[in-house]
Design a protein. Structure first.
Length: 123
């Protein structure tokens, strides 16, 4: 019913709106999937809810490429959480500042460390 029409913009709009308003990405992604399933199942909420799990989510998790992206996001999110709990970039900047006796703004050494960390994370 909504496939190929302006209504097909509903799932990404719902996902973005919920993510920005409530700052809950997982809930926003599920509501985006649910709104897409509503379009595919003629706005039948019970059938759309069931199809979210038995068709769309299961098929996405069973696909190798999707699973790799999901695992990457989980590992990246966990790493970011650990860095934030441990003091993160502030600790790195303070260590650099102690060596020079100041709090660095744009130190070449700090930029090199950030570049190496970026290469390590996204290579």
């Amino acid at each position: 019913m909504g496939v190929g029409t302006a209504a097909s913009l509903l799932p990404p709009v719902v996902t973005l709106a919920v993510a920005l308003i409530y700052k809950q990405v997982t809930v926003a992604l599920f509501l985006g999937i649910f709104s897409g399933a509503l379009l595919l199942n003629n706005f039948n909420p019970a059938l759309a809810f069931l199809r979210c799990f038995d068709t769309h989510i299961v098929d996405a998790v069973c696909d190798r490429e999707h699973t790799i992206v999901i695992l990457f996001n989980l590992i990246l999110g966990g790493t970011i959480g650990l860095v934030q709990k441990g003091g993160g970039a502030l600790g790195l900047a303070q260590v650099q500042g102690k060596e020079r006796g100041e709090f660095p703004a744009f130190s070449c050494k700090l930029q090199l460390i950030i570049l190496l960390l970026q290469r390590y994370c996204f290579a």
